[in-house]
Write a protein that binds this ligand. Sequence first.
Ligand code: FA5
Ligand code: MG
Length: 439
Amino acid sequence: EKSLYSTATSSPNTIIVNGKEFETDSEKTNVPQNILKLTDKALHLKASHPIGILRTLIENKLNSDDHAFEVYNNFKPAVSVFENFDSLGFPKDHVGRSKSDTYYINKDHLLRTHTSAHEMFCFGNIQKKITDKPGYLISADVYRRDEIDKTHYPAFHQMEGARLWPKTEAGQKQLKKDISVLETKLNQIKNFTVIDMPYKEETNPKQKHMTKEEVQLVSTHLKRTIELIVAEVFNKKLASEGKTNEEIKSRWIEAYFPWTAPSWEIEVWWKGEWLELCGCGVVREQVLTNAGMGTNEKIGWAFGLGLDRVAMLLFDIPDIRLFWTDDQRFHEQFKENTISSFKPYSKYPGTIRDISFWVNNSIDIHENDLMEIVRNTAGDLVESVKLIDDFVHPKTGRRSLCYRINYQSMDRNITNEEINNLQDTVRANLVEQYKIELR
Ligand code: FA5
Ligand code: MG
């Protein structure tokens, strides 16, 4: 019998991630081969790939004058549960830790779900004076078990940023100076508006060890930094379309992250909707002390920005799966340091297949489990999977689900026979693993 987790390159009880071997276990291991294959892609390092172009654009902007940020772009995606969750203060029962949301390599290791997994290490480098820069930027691929559609893929990219100042009078003076540099730059950008609200401690509590003024200063520097990134990126897009006078509108909303307080998210108005770009906040002291710093030593901020959706809109990319294609007709369209508009090379028609079944009441099936079976079977030939019917039979009390799968290739025609085979495999796997009854 073929196990989901066995590979040609390793024995059944181990898996290899970026050349490193890990023991698997029956309790936690749930990372499939088609996801492991993505861990070697490093799209953010490709200078003429949209993700790489966007990363470089933001790095250059942030490091343009004072070079305050150490840049880390080579962290591998296999990290410890401690790095990804514990070091950041995630509660033990946080949903993000569940197997239905996260790809586990084994009980102690997982594919990072966000670049914040490296905060402890990078703050540690500041503490140990391995770098003399007060801030850092990390870009990397991250992994989450998720639904499938045009804007969701189980792998995407984030850029993490952070910056610290000494919690002293001299530190505050420096912080004020740094803020005025940012404000001068922002004042020169005429087509950018931000909706922001005064800081509200009741709904977005600060940490006890910080004064109100410290929170005010750190968060002002944080917000102005992110606003500058947003203005830069969206102005590049407008310029590439010759629409330099168009308004860019963004807004700040309150948020919550276990390792920042207070916390926010920024959204940008684009084509009629608010697009969530980035979560951020004032770094909690626990993260700094976990990295070896003393209490009351430093204060600062951190942010985590999603690169894929921004790249989709900057380069007019209609489907997030295109980033991962090997098709040259995609790659030949992009050039280093250049924002350009993607021209779809061909569109093959999709084919819809529905699957209806009675759920087995004694075996839990999470929607992400179904997504994964579909993806393991059909890979990037799945365009989307959607729940179209969910009902409970009034007499028997049994639950019936119906999912609609759209099979579509970005680069070739798929035959009916091929789709039938895929669909049969999906059905058989569902029966075998979740003991459902097909209808
Ligand atoms: C985080 O991942 C936090 N680590 C961000 C952070 C860092 C907060 C440092 C505070 C301090 P969140 O899950 O909201 O937060 O993801 C951050 C960004 O990644 C989102 O704003 C969004 O732009 C992007 N993102 C999240 N999920 C997806 C997805 N499935 N596909 C594409 N982009 C996504
Ligand atoms: Mg979010």
